[in-house]
Ligand binder design. Structure first.
Ligand code: ARG
Length: 397
């Protein structure tokens, strides 16, 4: 009888490399290692070969960068998604696209099982498993890291015993997750929320620019389309912005975050492009969205963000909120100019061919077209309820 097959979400790191061998030995399964490129800037040839060296029967790398940008990051821009008002969902966005490719691979390779290398304490296990079951309800899931009880040193010894070519050292490293939208850095001395994050952890937000400058971001129906007038696809646009605003030391986040599994954790992120794009996009919405729509969107955005953070990318409420978000973006077209100074990025101008800012209504100059005479009756009726309340119930004269 042929062995069962499992598709493993493979990162090339210590845990998933050990997992390749562990799963084939302990569960007697054929392991197909799948690495999904969401812009984590790794050498995928090395990663692929490592999976094969660890005993995978197949090792595949899927380039999902364009899809990640257009189908996962763009909706997050539409929603101006910032979990707990601070974190632009970097890791939370990549899990559902990875899950999608894992399920596709189960079909391609005839596997019934998916495995991942997440621990039991994090959000990523939640996002993977909830997404996998939403996409393929009969899928079986293996999470060896959650149960194998290996310390970091044990895993390194295990890798050495089985000649798995890993790069890790026994010294505790940070837990880092990186994609096109940003970088998450956890653990080590940062587990004390009072301790300043070591400066060496940062990569994309190291200050190197010396002169102030500006950058103009164009949007069409909510989608970023150009930088300084140069049209670009999303992946190069986001990479260019990461480099540009990151060189001003902008884009760091240091926060205590509520995980789905009930833990508060200290999280450090760098996400220069995400913060700059959301800042610019939200500002363009101020110019182009009618007031009630803008206010309702401000109420629904945190809900959308929470669903995505909590692993419910593939869910009926999230789908319905997406329909609202997409409809709201119809007229979010125009340009926003950001001023860049060391350590600071701010909006300094915005314009739109379909903006709702009307100079003749807003001005105090001679061009004023506002009907001042309408204001008196409007304000009197607006306040009529409280005026009556004051007279009748407070007994005011
Ligand atoms: N706390 C963040 C989140 O839940 C970052 C997770 C980073 N993942 C990791 N495996 N290091 O989205």
């Amino acid at each position: 009888m042929s062995k069962g097959r499992v598709v493993l979400a493979y990162s090339g790191g210590l845990d998933t490399s050990v997992a390749v061998k562990w799963i084939s030995e302990v569960h007697d399964l054929e392991v197909i290692a799948l690495a999904v490129d969401v812009g984590q800037d790794e050498d995928f040839d090395v990663i692929r070969n490592r999976a094969l060296a660890a005993g995978a029967v197949e090792a595949e790398v899927v380039d999902a960068k364009d899809e990640f940008a257009s189908d996962f990051i763009v909706p997050a821009i539409f929603a101006n998604a910032m979990y707990e008002n601070k974190y632009p969902l970097v890791s939370s966005l990549s899990r559902p696209v990875i899950a999608k490719h894992l399920i596709a691979a189960t079909k391609k390779y005839g596997a019934q099982i998916v495995a991942h290398g997440c621990t039991g304490k994090g959000n990523d296990q939640v996002r993977f498993e909830v997404s996998l079951r939403a996409l393929r309800p009969d899928i079986e899931i293996l999470a060896p890291v959650r149960t194998w009880g290996l310390s970091r040193a044990d895993s390194i010894d295990y890798a050495a015993r089985h000649s798995i070519p890993i790069m890790a050292t026994k010294e505790k490293l940070y837990s880092i997750d990186q994609n096109l939208w940003g970088r998450a850095i956890e653990a080590g001395e940062m587990e004390d929320p009072w301790v300043k994050p070591p400066t060496g952890i940062y990569q994309t937000t190291v200050l190197s620019a010396t002169e102030p400058s500006t950058v103009i971001i164009s949007f069409e129906s909510g989608v970023p389309t150009a930088i300084d007038g140069e049209r670009m696809d999303l992946v190069p646009l986001i990479s260019k912005l990461t480099q540009k605003v990151g060189s001003y030391g902008f884009g760091r986040i240091d926060m205590v975050e509520n995980r789905r599994v009930g833990i508060k954790s200290r999280e450090v992120y760098e996400a220069p492009a995400a913060l700059a794009l959301i800042m610019a996009h939200a500002d363009l919405e101020d110019l182009t969205l009618e007031r009630d729509l803008a206010h309702e969107k401000l109420r629904l955005s945190p809900r959308w963000t929470e669903l995505v953070y909590d692993g419910l990318w593939y869910s009926p409420l999230k789908q319905s909120l997406d329909a609202f978000m997409t409809e709201s973006q119809k007229f979010v077209t125009g340009e926003v100019r950001l001023s860049l100074e060391p350590g600071r990025v701010m909006v300094e101008g915005r314009r739109s061919p379909v903006g709702l800012y009307d100079y003749e209504l807003a001005t105090y100059d001679a061009a004023d077209a506002f009907r001042h005479e309408d204001a008196e009756g409007f304000v009197r009726l607006w306040g009529l309820g409280v005026q009556t309340w004051s007279r009748k119930q407070l007994g005011s004269q």
